[in-house]
Design a protein around this ligand. Structure first.
Ligand SMILES: [Zn+2]
Ligand SMILES: [Zn+2]
Length: 300
């Protein structure tokens, strides 16, 4: 992933400073002249005593507004899920987060809602957001750069933090911010719910059976919503959008039937457009129902 640093340097009136104590070591800033317990409480966001100090109030408002903006950017696919951290560094409020690409935060991917929230933050700070890519790590998730994709697949899993949409032709991630705006937040929400189900499934404890049924049953609440979103995306993009159906059962017979329409499933080798998926070590979409746009790794 590409690590980004998003920084804002609030321009204050000069009558007070947002700078943290130079001897700061985990305690709240001390320049406000309030008791340690009150400072501690206000620093954690509780509306008590010293939090009404203009500097503390502004700092809380900045953190809150930055958090709103970051949460929307994550749902827009611009930050990988659960990778961001917001903190003060001197007088700067800084967010570090992982992104799929070096240019994930490019302004061309900004939605109207994100622009409004960014401008609120910048107005509050009387300063602009400064964005830079500061590094990368080997948890790289490759991103699709096909000029034309033969289709998409809706699928994710418990440790996936990227987009729930993969390209059929190359098998790589298609960032949400490259998809039509109308489907980004619903897809992000669905992926988040799916990953929670997969966590319950992988933890093999409480909720395992319920969660695995949600992922396996084409007619569960989770998968009905997933299939509806896939068909929305298909209408918006004009290319087929397939849905992966989880299957942890053993292969009993070669030909199995689609759980939705009852037709025989077909092998994905018969569909040359599934190039990227077939080359994967683990054949995600080994069997397909072209009618219902469902695929699975083994017959049901
Ligand atoms: Zn691709
Ligand atoms: Zn079918």
């Amino acid at each position: 992933m590409f690590i980004h640093e998003i920084r804002i340097h609030p321009k204050c009136s000069g009558t007070y400073s947002l700078e943290t104590d130079s001897a700061w070591s985990g305690s709240p800033p001390s320049e406000f002249g309030i008791s340690a317990s009150v400072r501690s409480a206000s620093f954690r966001g509780f509306p008590v005593g010293g939090a009404s100090h203009p500097a503390a109030l502004l700092r809380d408002q900045l953190e809150e507004q930055f958090g709103i903006w970051a949460s929307l950017a994550e749902r827009n696919g611009q930050f990988l899920e659960n990778t961001s951290m917001l903190y003060w560094r001197g007088e700067d409020l800084v967010l570090t987060a992982g992104c799929l690409e070096k240019d994930s935060l490019d302004l061309r991917y900004e939605t109207e809602l994100l622009r409004i929230e960014r401008e609120k933050l910048e107005a509050l700070a009387a300063a602009s957001l400064e964005i830079s890519c500061v590094g990368w790590n080997s948890e790289a998730q490759c991103v699709c750069d096909c000029a034309e994709s033969a289709g998409f697949i809706l699928w994710t899993h418990f440790i996936d933090a990227g987009s729930p949409i993969a390209c059929v032709s190359c098998g790589q991630n298609v960032p949400l911010y490259r998809l039509p705006e109308s489907v980004r937040y619903p897809l992000w929400n669905w992926a988040s719910a799916y990953r929670k189900c997969d966590w319950l499934n992988m933890d093999c404890g409480f909720g395992e059976r319920w969660a695995s049924c949600q992922m396996r049953d084409a007619d569960s609440g989770l998968m009905r919503e997933g299939r509806a979103l896939a068909s929305m995306l298909e209408s918006a993009c004009g290319i087929p959008v397939w849905v992966y159906l989880y299957n942890d059962r053993t292969v009993r017979r070669f030909r199995a039937r689609c759980p939705v329409c009852g037709q025989e499933l077909r092998r994905s080798e018969d569909f040359p457009q599934f190039g990227g998926i077939q080359n994967a070590e683990y054949v995600l979409m080994a069997f397909l129902c072209p009618e219902c746009r469902l695929g699975t790794n083994a017959p049901f």
